[in-house]
Design a protein around this ligand. Sequence first.
Ligand code: SAH
Length: 347
Amino acid sequence: MEERIDLKTLLPGELETLLLSMGEPKYRARQIFAWLHRGVADLSEMSDLPKSLRAKLGERCFITAPQILRRQVSARDGTIKYLFGLADGNSIETVLMQYEHGNSVCVSTQAGCKMGCVFCASFDPKKSRDLRPSEILDEILFAQKDSGRQISNIVLMGTGEPLDNYDNVMTFLRLVSHPMGINIGMRHISLSTCGLVPMIRRLEEEKLQLTLSVSLHAPNNALRSRLMPVNRAYPLEALIPACKHYFETTGRRISFEYAMIGGVNDTPECARQLIALLKGFPCHVNLIPLNHVAGSPLEPSTRDDLRRFQNELLKHGLNATVRRSLGGDIAASCGQLRRQHNEEVDL
Ligand code: SAH
Protein backbone atom coordinates (compact mmCIF):
# COMPACT_ATOMS: atom_id res chain seq x y z
CA MET A 1 0.00 0.00 0.00
CA GLU A 2 1.13 3.51 -0.77
CA GLU A 3 2.30 5.37 2.34
CA ARG A 4 -0.06 8.08 3.56
CA ILE A 5 1.11 11.67 3.32
CA ASP A 6 1.81 13.68 6.46
CA LEU A 7 -0.14 16.77 5.37
CA LYS A 8 1.35 19.22 7.88
CA THR A 9 4.91 18.51 6.76
CA LEU A 10 4.16 20.01 3.31
CA LEU A 11 5.09 23.55 2.33
CA PRO A 12 2.49 25.54 0.33
CA GLY A 13 4.23 24.74 -2.98
CA GLU A 14 4.18 21.03 -2.19
CA LEU A 15 0.52 21.21 -1.19
CA GLU A 16 -0.23 22.83 -4.55
CA THR A 17 1.53 20.00 -6.38
CA LEU A 18 -0.47 17.46 -4.40
CA LEU A 19 -3.76 19.21 -5.16
CA LEU A 20 -2.98 19.52 -8.87
CA SER A 21 -2.13 15.81 -8.96
CA MET A 22 -5.61 15.18 -7.55
CA GLY A 23 -7.26 17.34 -10.19
CA GLU A 24 -8.03 20.11 -7.69
CA PRO A 25 -7.38 23.85 -8.03
CA LYS A 26 -4.15 24.93 -6.43
CA TYR A 27 -5.65 27.86 -4.50
CA ARG A 28 -6.98 25.30 -2.04
CA ALA A 29 -3.39 24.93 -0.80
CA ARG A 30 -3.56 28.31 0.89
CA GLN A 31 -6.76 27.38 2.74
CA ILE A 32 -5.46 24.00 3.85
CA PHE A 33 -2.11 25.42 4.97
CA ALA A 34 -3.87 28.09 7.04
CA TRP A 35 -6.15 25.54 8.74
CA LEU A 36 -3.27 23.21 9.53
CA HIS A 37 -1.25 26.03 11.05
CA ARG A 38 -4.17 27.03 13.24
CA GLY A 39 -3.91 23.60 14.81
CA VAL A 40 -6.97 21.84 13.42
CA ALA A 41 -6.75 18.14 14.17
CA ASP A 42 -9.18 16.83 11.59
CA LEU A 43 -10.14 17.49 7.97
CA SER A 44 -13.79 17.82 9.00
CA GLU A 45 -12.89 21.10 10.71
CA MET A 46 -11.82 22.67 7.40
CA SER A 47 -15.27 24.06 6.80
CA ASP A 48 -14.59 26.00 3.62
CA LEU A 49 -13.37 22.94 1.70
CA PRO A 50 -15.85 20.91 -0.37
CA LYS A 51 -16.79 17.63 1.27
CA SER A 52 -15.54 15.70 -1.76
CA LEU A 53 -12.07 17.23 -1.40
CA ARG A 54 -11.97 16.45 2.31
CA ALA A 55 -12.88 12.84 1.53
CA LYS A 56 -10.17 12.56 -1.13
CA LEU A 57 -7.55 14.06 1.18
CA GLY A 58 -8.68 11.73 3.96
CA GLU A 59 -7.90 8.72 1.81
CA ARG A 60 -4.36 9.78 0.97
CA CYS A 61 -3.21 11.92 3.89
CA PHE A 62 -3.17 12.17 7.66
CA ILE A 63 -2.94 15.07 10.09
CA THR A 64 -0.76 14.83 13.19
CA ALA A 65 -2.22 15.95 16.52
CA PRO A 66 -0.42 15.26 19.79
CA GLN A 67 -2.26 14.33 22.94
CA ILE A 68 -1.60 16.32 26.09
CA LEU A 69 -0.43 13.64 28.53
CA ARG A 70 0.53 16.09 31.26
CA ARG A 71 0.47 19.82 31.83
CA GLN A 72 2.30 21.49 34.70
CA VAL A 73 1.85 25.18 35.38
CA SER A 74 4.34 27.10 37.50
CA ALA A 75 2.66 29.07 40.25
CA ARG A 76 5.71 31.36 40.35
CA ASP A 77 6.09 32.59 36.81
CA GLY A 78 3.37 31.04 34.64
CA THR A 79 5.74 28.68 32.83
CA ILE A 80 3.79 25.75 31.38
CA LYS A 81 5.39 22.41 30.71
CA TYR A 82 3.68 19.95 28.39
CA LEU A 83 4.25 16.27 27.93
CA PHE A 84 2.83 15.47 24.50
CA GLY A 85 2.02 11.94 23.39
CA LEU A 86 2.80 11.10 19.75
CA ALA A 87 0.96 8.71 17.42
CA ASP A 88 3.52 5.91 17.97
CA GLY A 89 3.30 6.07 21.77
CA ASN A 90 6.52 8.04 22.23
CA SER A 91 6.38 11.26 24.23
CA ILE A 92 8.09 14.64 24.10
CA GLU A 93 8.40 17.71 26.28
CA THR A 94 7.64 21.30 25.38
CA VAL A 95 7.99 24.32 27.64
CA LEU A 96 6.14 27.61 27.26
CA MET A 97 7.77 30.57 28.98
CA GLN A 98 6.46 34.09 29.54
CA TYR A 99 8.83 36.99 29.17
CA GLU A 100 8.21 40.73 29.03
CA HIS A 101 8.96 40.67 25.31
CA GLY A 102 6.48 37.85 24.61
CA ASN A 103 5.88 34.14 24.88
CA SER A 104 8.62 31.75 23.99
CA VAL A 105 8.35 28.01 23.34
CA CYS A 106 11.20 25.59 23.90
CA VAL A 107 10.72 22.66 21.51
CA SER A 108 12.14 19.16 21.35
CA THR A 109 13.53 18.02 18.01
CA GLN A 110 13.99 14.33 18.85
CA ALA A 111 12.18 11.97 21.21
CA GLY A 112 15.12 11.02 23.43
CA CYS A 113 18.63 12.24 22.70
CA LYS A 114 21.63 10.17 21.57
CA MET A 115 24.40 12.59 22.56
CA GLY A 116 24.94 11.54 26.19
CA CYS A 117 26.00 14.79 27.90
CA VAL A 118 26.50 13.70 31.52
CA PHE A 119 24.55 16.58 33.11
CA CYS A 120 21.46 16.23 30.92
CA ALA A 121 18.22 14.33 31.64
CA SER A 122 17.33 13.79 27.97
CA PHE A 123 19.76 11.00 27.11
CA ASP A 124 17.68 8.05 25.93
CA PRO A 125 19.29 6.30 22.96
CA LYS A 126 16.93 3.31 23.10
CA LYS A 127 13.76 5.32 22.68
CA SER A 128 15.34 7.99 20.52
CA ARG A 129 13.81 8.90 17.20
CA ASP A 130 13.80 11.96 14.96
CA LEU A 131 10.70 14.13 15.07
CA ARG A 132 9.09 14.96 11.75
CA PRO A 133 8.62 18.63 10.80
CA SER A 134 4.89 18.36 11.56
CA GLU A 135 5.56 16.98 15.04
CA ILE A 136 7.95 19.80 15.92
CA LEU A 137 5.47 22.37 14.57
CA ASP A 138 2.69 20.76 16.61
CA GLU A 139 4.56 21.57 19.81
CA ILE A 140 4.05 25.26 19.03
CA LEU A 141 0.56 25.00 17.56
CA PHE A 142 -0.84 22.95 20.42
CA ALA A 143 0.95 24.86 23.20
CA GLN A 144 -0.54 28.01 21.69
CA LYS A 145 -3.99 26.49 21.29
CA ASP A 146 -4.10 25.00 24.78
CA SER A 147 -2.74 28.04 26.61
CA GLY A 148 -4.44 30.71 24.54
CA ARG A 149 -1.13 32.58 24.53
CA GLN A 150 0.29 33.93 21.29
CA ILE A 151 3.80 32.58 20.65
CA SER A 152 6.38 35.05 19.40
CA ASN A 153 9.71 33.28 19.97
CA ILE A 154 11.03 29.76 19.56
CA VAL A 155 14.10 28.10 21.01
CA LEU A 156 15.21 24.70 19.75
CA MET A 157 16.58 23.76 23.15
CA GLY A 158 14.34 20.93 24.28
CA THR A 159 15.19 17.26 24.05
CA GLY A 160 17.31 16.20 21.11
CA GLU A 161 20.12 17.52 18.96
CA PRO A 162 18.57 19.65 16.19
CA LEU A 163 21.56 19.27 13.87
CA ASP A 164 21.31 15.47 14.21
CA ASN A 165 17.83 15.76 12.62
CA TYR A 166 18.95 18.30 10.07
CA ASP A 167 16.55 18.00 7.14
CA ASN A 168 13.42 17.78 9.29
CA VAL A 169 14.53 20.77 11.37
CA MET A 170 15.15 22.83 8.22
CA THR A 171 11.66 21.99 6.91
CA PHE A 172 10.19 22.88 10.31
CA LEU A 173 11.97 26.27 10.16
CA ARG A 174 10.51 26.94 6.71
CA LEU A 175 7.03 25.98 7.88
CA VAL A 176 7.04 28.01 11.07
CA SER A 177 8.47 31.12 9.41
CA HIS A 178 6.13 30.98 6.42
CA PRO A 179 4.01 34.15 6.01
CA MET A 180 0.93 32.03 5.28
CA GLY A 181 1.32 30.16 8.58
CA ILE A 182 2.19 31.43 12.05
CA ASN A 183 4.96 33.46 10.53
CA ILE A 184 7.59 33.57 13.27
CA GLY A 185 10.65 35.25 11.77
CA MET A 186 14.12 33.72 11.93
CA ARG A 187 15.29 36.55 14.16
CA HIS A 188 12.89 35.23 16.78
CA ILE A 189 14.30 31.71 16.61
CA SER A 190 17.35 30.23 18.40
CA LEU A 191 18.86 26.87 17.59
CA SER A 192 21.12 25.19 20.10
CA THR A 193 23.69 22.54 19.21
CA CYS A 194 26.14 20.43 21.18
CA GLY A 195 28.66 21.18 18.41
CA LEU A 196 28.32 18.88 15.39
CA VAL A 197 30.96 20.69 13.35
CA PRO A 198 30.10 19.46 9.82
CA MET A 199 26.46 20.39 10.41
CA ILE A 200 27.40 23.87 11.65
CA ARG A 201 29.17 24.30 8.31
CA ARG A 202 26.08 23.15 6.49
CA LEU A 203 23.81 25.46 8.47
CA GLU A 204 26.10 28.36 7.64
CA GLU A 205 25.38 27.80 3.93
CA GLU A 206 21.65 28.31 4.55
CA LYS A 207 22.42 31.91 5.60
CA LEU A 208 19.52 32.03 8.03
CA GLN A 209 19.02 34.95 10.38
CA LEU A 210 18.41 32.71 13.39
CA THR A 211 20.59 32.77 16.50
CA LEU A 212 22.98 29.86 16.80
CA SER A 213 23.70 28.77 20.36
CA VAL A 214 26.58 26.41 20.99
CA SER A 215 26.68 24.34 24.17
CA LEU A 216 30.24 24.81 25.35
CA HIS A 217 30.17 23.99 29.08
CA ALA A 218 33.96 23.56 29.37
CA PRO A 219 37.02 25.57 28.29
CA ASN A 220 39.37 22.64 27.60
CA ASN A 221 39.16 19.32 25.79
CA ALA A 222 39.82 17.07 28.79
CA LEU A 223 36.89 18.45 30.75
CA ARG A 224 34.60 18.91 27.75
CA SER A 225 35.13 15.32 26.61
CA ARG A 226 34.25 14.15 30.10
CA LEU A 227 31.02 16.18 30.17
CA MET A 228 30.07 15.87 26.50
CA PRO A 229 31.14 12.77 24.55
CA VAL A 230 30.59 14.66 21.28
CA ASN A 231 33.81 16.55 22.04
CA ARG A 232 35.83 13.41 21.28
CA ALA A 233 34.63 13.59 17.68
CA TYR A 234 34.69 17.40 17.36
CA PRO A 235 37.16 18.88 19.85
CA LEU A 236 37.55 22.59 20.60
CA GLU A 237 40.20 23.12 17.91
CA ALA A 238 37.56 22.12 15.35
CA LEU A 239 34.53 23.67 17.06
CA ILE A 240 35.82 27.17 17.79
CA PRO A 241 37.11 27.83 14.23
CA ALA A 242 33.77 26.56 12.87
CA CYS A 243 31.98 29.05 15.13
CA LYS A 244 34.24 31.88 13.97
CA HIS A 245 33.65 30.95 10.35
CA TYR A 246 29.90 30.85 10.98
CA PHE A 247 29.99 34.37 12.39
CA GLU A 248 32.15 35.70 9.53
CA THR A 249 29.83 34.24 6.91
CA THR A 250 26.45 35.05 8.45
CA GLY A 251 27.26 38.14 10.52
CA ARG A 252 25.23 36.58 13.35
CA ARG A 253 26.85 36.46 16.78
CA ILE A 254 27.07 33.07 18.41
CA SER A 255 25.78 32.53 21.91
CA PHE A 256 27.83 30.04 23.95
CA GLU A 257 25.94 28.20 26.64
CA TYR A 258 27.85 27.34 29.78
CA ALA A 259 26.03 25.40 32.51
CA MET A 260 27.69 26.26 35.82
CA ILE A 261 28.52 23.05 37.68
CA GLY A 262 29.86 23.46 41.24
CA GLY A 263 33.56 22.60 41.54
CA VAL A 264 33.67 21.18 38.00
CA ASN A 265 33.77 24.00 35.44
CA ASP A 266 33.36 27.10 37.62
CA THR A 267 36.89 27.51 39.01
CA PRO A 268 39.07 30.62 38.48
CA GLU A 269 41.31 28.47 36.26
CA CYS A 270 38.31 27.57 34.06
CA ALA A 271 37.42 31.27 33.79
CA ARG A 272 40.98 32.06 32.67
CA GLN A 273 40.89 29.28 30.07
CA LEU A 274 37.51 30.40 28.78
CA ILE A 275 38.74 33.97 28.41
CA ALA A 276 41.77 32.75 26.45
CA LEU A 277 39.58 30.54 24.25
CA LEU A 278 37.10 33.27 23.27
CA LYS A 279 39.28 36.39 23.44
CA GLY A 280 38.63 38.77 20.55
CA PHE A 281 35.69 36.78 19.21
CA PRO A 282 32.47 38.83 19.14
CA CYS A 283 30.10 36.46 20.89
CA HIS A 284 27.85 36.11 23.88
CA VAL A 285 28.39 33.79 26.86
CA ASN A 286 25.24 32.63 28.57
CA LEU A 287 25.92 31.27 32.05
CA ILE A 288 23.20 28.87 33.15
CA PRO A 289 22.97 27.68 36.76
CA LEU A 290 22.91 23.90 36.39
CA ASN A 291 19.49 22.35 36.80
CA HIS A 292 19.87 19.51 39.21
CA VAL A 293 18.84 16.17 37.70
CA ALA A 294 17.49 13.53 40.10
CA GLY A 295 20.15 10.94 40.89
CA SER A 296 23.03 13.00 39.52
CA PRO A 297 26.04 13.86 41.69
CA LEU A 298 26.44 17.18 39.85
CA GLU A 299 25.30 20.31 41.66
CA PRO A 300 24.84 23.91 40.52
CA SER A 301 27.55 26.44 41.35
CA THR A 302 26.99 28.62 44.38
CA ARG A 303 25.73 32.16 43.74
CA ASP A 304 29.09 33.57 44.77
CA ASP A 305 31.06 31.33 42.43
CA LEU A 306 28.70 32.17 39.60
CA ARG A 307 29.05 35.94 40.14
CA ARG A 308 32.82 35.67 40.50
CA PHE A 309 33.04 33.71 37.26
CA GLN A 310 30.81 36.17 35.42
CA ASN A 311 32.75 39.19 36.72
CA GLU A 312 36.03 37.67 35.59
CA LEU A 313 34.67 37.25 32.05
CA LEU A 314 33.21 40.77 32.03
CA LYS A 315 36.51 42.22 33.24
CA HIS A 316 38.20 40.73 30.20
CA GLY A 317 35.67 42.10 27.75
CA LEU A 318 33.53 39.02 27.26
CA ASN A 319 29.82 39.63 27.00
CA ALA A 320 28.58 37.31 29.76
CA THR A 321 25.07 37.12 31.20
CA VAL A 322 23.40 34.80 33.70
CA ARG A 323 20.23 33.12 32.49
CA ARG A 324 17.22 33.60 34.69
CA SER A 325 15.76 30.27 35.67
CA LEU A 326 12.01 29.82 35.06
CA GLY A 327 9.66 27.10 36.21
CA GLY A 328 11.86 26.01 39.11
CA ASP A 329 8.82 24.70 40.98
CA ILE A 330 7.77 22.36 38.15
CA ALA A 331 11.12 20.70 37.41
CA ALA A 332 11.14 22.46 34.06
CA SER A 333 14.64 21.52 32.98
CA CYS A 334 14.62 19.49 29.82
CA GLY A 335 13.91 15.82 29.87
CA GLN A 336 12.81 15.45 33.48
CA LEU A 337 9.07 15.15 32.90
CA ARG A 338 9.48 12.69 30.04
CA ARG A 339 11.85 10.65 32.15
CA GLN A 340 9.45 10.56 35.10
CA HIS A 341 6.63 9.52 32.79
CA ASN A 342 8.65 6.76 31.10
CA GLU A 343 9.78 5.39 34.45
CA GLU A 344 6.17 5.17 35.64
CA VAL A 345 5.07 3.49 32.41
CA ASP A 346 7.99 1.04 32.54
CA LEU A 347 7.26 -0.04 36.14
N1 SAH B 1 21.21 19.26 21.88
C1 SAH B 1 21.22 20.68 21.89
C2 SAH B 1 19.96 21.34 22.39
C3 SAH B 1 19.24 20.75 23.55
S1 SAH B 1 19.84 21.04 25.17
C4 SAH B 1 22.42 21.18 22.68
O1 SAH B 1 23.14 20.37 23.21
O2 SAH B 1 22.65 22.36 22.69
C5 SAH B 1 19.63 22.76 25.50
C6 SAH B 1 20.67 23.32 26.46
O3 SAH B 1 20.43 22.86 27.80
C7 SAH B 1 22.08 22.86 26.12
O4 SAH B 1 22.96 23.93 26.27
C8 SAH B 1 22.33 21.81 27.16
O5 SAH B 1 23.68 21.56 27.32
C9 SAH B 1 21.65 22.42 28.36
N2 SAH B 1 21.38 21.51 29.47
C10 SAH B 1 21.11 20.20 29.44
N3 SAH B 1 20.95 19.71 30.68
C11 SAH B 1 21.10 20.75 31.53
C12 SAH B 1 21.06 20.88 32.94
N4 SAH B 1 20.80 19.85 33.74
N5 SAH B 1 21.27 22.11 33.46
C13 SAH B 1 21.51 23.18 32.68
N6 SAH B 1 21.58 23.11 31.34
C14 SAH B 1 21.39 21.91 30.76
